[in-house]
Design a binder for this molecule. Structure first.
Ligand code: XMP
Length: 321
């Protein structure tokens, strides 16, 4: 926090007062992505103005296994926050058809997100304010003053500039990531969300190398879920900042039920880092890797090989695309 004397409790109290003041009785819209920042932003805004807040969750079809259902269940059913879920999987996959270049994928996803957001926001009628989970590092990165400026990050969730909101509220703009997590914990946000590892805005599209298709995403989702489950069961998730599976689009020969098979490979990534600018490959126990490989090849149809990426950043990036 830029003012070190303020505690998180005081921050929450002050932030609620500011949100009430800035919203001035108008309805407020929040784009919920499933990440920590927007989740905490929604919780805080809900504490301040209750039902005047509506959250919008766009299911791009590029989320991890069960992620959309978890977000909906938690925010709508547990926290009683007004939540609109837009199932936009078909739209996103149609736009991504035939696209193999990573940057083009990012642009298409970012643009489509904005279109879906605009259409849904317009269909809601009068929405005075937008609240967004911009945090201090975002402001530093984009060099903005952080007031009325809409977050101009490369991220998906970057908001449309051609919807005229009367006000843009950014209650977390003076917080660093750890403070956002602490704020989430204080607000009662489930640990599953407050301690969440980063997930790229373009989602699994940048972990499914080359063309993105539903069958590819489905097998990647299954493999990734097994990997995460085992790593978390082993209690390693608190020491490893990011871990996920990648579908590189390589097929190789294997043997299944005494017969030759020719199936996809999956690559596992696990990194330790303090800032994500540089990172090391996490030294996972070999037994864990063997267990994950055995489960993935047995349980996910179409995968017969599992490899582990030991490349640090640099020269590798965290993501493969
Ligand atoms: P890289 O791959 O650049 O990743 O070493 C560093 C961190 O940034 C995340 N990342 C993204 N986040 N949109 C995002 O919101 C993106 O397009 C994107 N690309 C990478 C990555 O997951 C890691 O935490």
């Amino acid at each position: 926090m830029t003012n070190l004397k303020t505690t998180i409790d005081e921050f929450i109290e002050e932030a609620c007062k500011s949100i009430i003041e800035e919203a001035a009785g108008r309805p407020v819209l929040c784009a919920l992505s499933g990440g920590v920042d927007s989740a905490v932003c929604a919780m805080l805004t809900h504490k301040a103005i209750g039902d005047k807040l509506t959250c919008l969750f766009v299911d791009t079809g590029l989320m991890r296994k069960n992620e959309g259902d978890q977000v909906t269940a938690l925010f709508r059913d547990t926290y009683n926050i007004n939540l609109i879920r837009v199932d936009a999987e078909e739209r996103f996959l149609a736009k991504l058809k035939g696209i193999t270049d990573p940057e083009q994928k990012r642009m298409i996803i970012g643009e489509e997100f904005i279109r879906v957001f605009e259409e849904t926001a317009k269909s809601l009628g009068e929405i005075g304010c937008l609240v967004q989970g911009t945090i201090y590092p975002d402001i530093m990165e984009s060099g903005e003053d952080g007031h009325k400026q809409v977050k101009a990050h490369h991220n998906v969730g970057g908001m449309p500039t051609d919807i005229e909101f009367e006000a843009v509220i950014e209650p977390l703009k003076m917080l660093f990531k750890e403070e956002v997590r602490e704020c989430g914990r204080k607000l009662g946000l489930s640990e599953d969300f407050s301690e969440r590892q980063p997930f790229p805005g373009p989602g699994l599209a940048v972990r499914c190398l080359g063309e993105v298709t539903k069958p590819k995403l489905d097998i990647l989702r299954e493999a990734d879920a097994i990997y995460r489950e085992e790593l978390e069961k082993a209690g390693l998730h608190k020491e490893i900042q990011q871990y996920f599976a990648v579908l590189p689009g390589i097929r190789s020969v294997g043997v299944r039920n005494d017969e030759r098979c020719y199936e996809e490979a999956v690559i596992l990534r696990a990194i330790t880092t303090t800032d994500f600018v540089t990172a090391g490959s996490a030294r996972l126990p070999y037994e864990l890797l063997e267990l994950v490989a055995a489960r993935i090849t047995a349980e996910v149809p179409g995968i017969n090989r599992v490899a582990f990426d030991v490349t640090p950043k640099p020269p590798g990036t965290v993501e493969w695309e």
